[in-house]
Design a protein around this ligand. Sequence first.
Ligand code: V47
Length: 364
Amino acid sequence: MDAMVRNAGLGDILDKIRAGERLSLDDGRRLYETPEILAVGYLANIVRERQNGDKAYFIYNQHINYSNICTNLCKFCAFGKDKKSPQAYEMKVEDVVRKVRDRLDEPITEIHMVGGIHPDLPYSYYLDILRGIKSVRPEVHIQAFTCVEIAHLAELAGKSLADTLIELREAGLGSMPGGGAEVFSPRIRAITCEKKLSGEGWLEVAKTAHRLGLRSNATMLYGHIETIDERLEHLEALRRAQDETGGFLTFIPLAFHPKNTEMADLSRTSGIDDLRNIAVSRCFLDNFPHIKGYWVMIGPKLAQVALSFGADDMDGTVKEELITHMAGGETSGAMADTELIRLIREAGRKPVERDTLYNVIREY
Ligand code: V47
């Protein structure tokens, strides 16, 4: 395999990775550009196995999207709707609580909850849904609100980011998911999501959370109009932020789904681009403990292959997923734990059920 990587002209990158040396932007560019995808996967697998051995993590989780009403209306998103749209919805606090109560017989350890930037729900609503979830399932970890939502909540509260996060944590917030990062490039944001919090703003929220001891994830939405350099600049900004705080748990490359969006003329990502984004991010983000191959977006079959291309996590049981499905995602929204275990085993990895913070719940 080493010879294959050297024949692909990537021998110097292999040496760096073996020595635990950091990759440069130019190294990253070569990994994005080489046609030798197996060589890129091999390099990523070295980092993956050094950090996580042959473990492949999954979680018993439940997704809840409390509302799709959004004032940002990003061009790549089919989920967010204007308040007046016939497809707009918003859950009452009791609706969110009922969703949690309905599944109390399942061993769910995490509630993953995100929504849009709602024009008029009050700050108290967000505190109440956190408290409501905790009232029926006190042990559950609530991973909720992207950095974009947190910045909006701080504005609503009229408080600093830190004070808002402290209050949300007191109400039950456990950590934050990685959404809303998209691509940090101001060029991409101006074209696709001009109303959204800037990349700098997103990073500031994440770093503020980390300084308070809250962990969070990071994402990159790829496969639309971004260039390879813009992808790498995004990864570099995340790597720099992680050097500062160490608070990121997982990086999740998100494959763009064009259907029902304002960018519906673009093609879906290819399997090779999906694998390449996982592999390059695994090589480049040397300070991120985990890389997720999110089965909902890349499909269970490719997520299985991704476990040999840098990914060490498949996400979880999920159940109801709207963001990908509104944009034409074809995977089922739910996956049984037994199915996740089977997929992981068949990929030659060791299934490990984890909690949100990667504490091991059960090894198989
Ligand atoms: O922020 C929106 C993306 C994100 C589309 O932290 C789209 O563990 C593809 O971040 N095609 C939300 N992607 C989902 C998300 C996430 C999912 C699972 C796990 C975690 C985690 C985070 O979805 C948004 C946006 O970047 N998105 N529209 C689309 N058409």
